[in-house]
Design a protein around this ligand. Sequence first.
Ligand SMILES: [Mg+2]
Ligand SMILES: [Zn+2]
Length: 180
Amino acid sequence: MKRIVFLDRDGVINKNPVYLDYIRKPSQFKFLPGAEKAIRLLTEAGFDIYVVSNQSGVEKGLFTRQDLKAINDKMIKAVEASGGRILKSYYCTHLTVQNCSCKKPKTAFIKKAIGKRRVDRKNSYFIGDTERDIIAGKRAGLRAIAVLSGYTKKKDIRGWKAKPDFIAKNLLKAVKEIIV
Ligand SMILES: [Mg+2]
Ligand SMILES: [Zn+2]
């Protein structure tokens, strides 16, 4: 059965923007320490890797789909240069009021990525830095890991509606827990 890791982008792979702002252009995209290595290790361990990210700044007019694509291309290229592979990135560009089915904590993108494949959900993960990542992962029947490299502090997690299966300092530490 396939094992999959879904990654949130901002605060997991790259440094978060200033609170409530967005990564608007490629030059603002900076990898977090160890993130590229973590993706390489997951790739080598045989996981399929997808990015699932909310980017409503597009619908707000703060940046364009082309900007988003340029940022994604930069990320994908750097990941591949370091020996990792992200199969596909899914971006929800909608506003909450549009009530789409793809904005996390909704799970449309997770379901789309899985498709009709049989997935080893006990050994598949959603890794994110916010409550809605953890809710999305648990709703999809995956293990969920909260990383502390983004907006969340450890004490914040106590108040969350969905509890992560575990908490890791960053993506690399999370991956080292997964790959045993
Ligand atoms: Mg995030
Ligand atoms: Zn959406």
